[in-house]
Write a protein that binds this ligand. Sequence first.
Ligand code: HPA
Length: 270
Amino acid sequence: MGEAVAAVKKAWPQAKPRLGIILGSGWGEAVSGFTVKAELPYAKIPNLGKAGAPGHAGELLYAELGGKELFIFQGRHHIYEGEGWTPVILPVWILKQFGAQTVLLTNASGGIREDLRPGTLMAIEDHINLLGGSPLTGPHNPAFGERFPDQTAVYDHDLRQALIAAGADASGVYLATAGPSFETPAEIRAFRALGADVVGMSTVPEAVFANALGLKIAGLTCVCNWAAGLGDEKLTAEDVLRTATETMPHMRTVLEGFAERTFRIRQSAD
Ligand code: HPA
């Protein structure tokens, strides 16, 4: 992961991002209100390679909002791509090495709770890890924090309030599966009984890792479809992206409002 950090440092030695945003499926265009100072394709960042899922552009943006710097990862890797944990958690590691204190993880999900209809933006309050693994598995690396990190409050309360103040419609629990298949209706019934409000295939690895590293974490999901068995239609990646595109103006407003508020919270803490 050191090579990746070195590549970004070489490109932007002076960068001081306070915040990082990782954009998931369908979120790529939600940052059009930010000023982009420079772009670096993932192909130029060792181990990040190309983004391998539809709706993931595969660019790192060095951006600014109201004079404050941030990094925006336009696209993420998933464990279902089969390349292991490194490409999945690398954006979080890069942010940590650049001194960012806060990360916003975005994604698309299927709605399980009744009020979470397609087009809803839900702030993530907590998660359930059904990925079948953790990016912290393996010999303990002290640079990744403690061996047994506490996860009582993975998602920061103030950042969640900032998402709600910026216009997020709801908050709730995100459950991650390894994918890449969508779920069965029986799985969705089981996940509801477990306490899940939405389901997706990402975000939890980055949250587990960022929490271990001591970053402040916010999570925001665009509910793009009713989860399997709850709607009338079969699930497709195209329909997921279509809902995200239709929700884009709202996504933009919430992202910008969140970044402005976060910069303010940080400033008063500095
Ligand atoms: N399940 C899993 N991942 C998803 C879904 C879903 O219904 N919608 C968008 N990403």
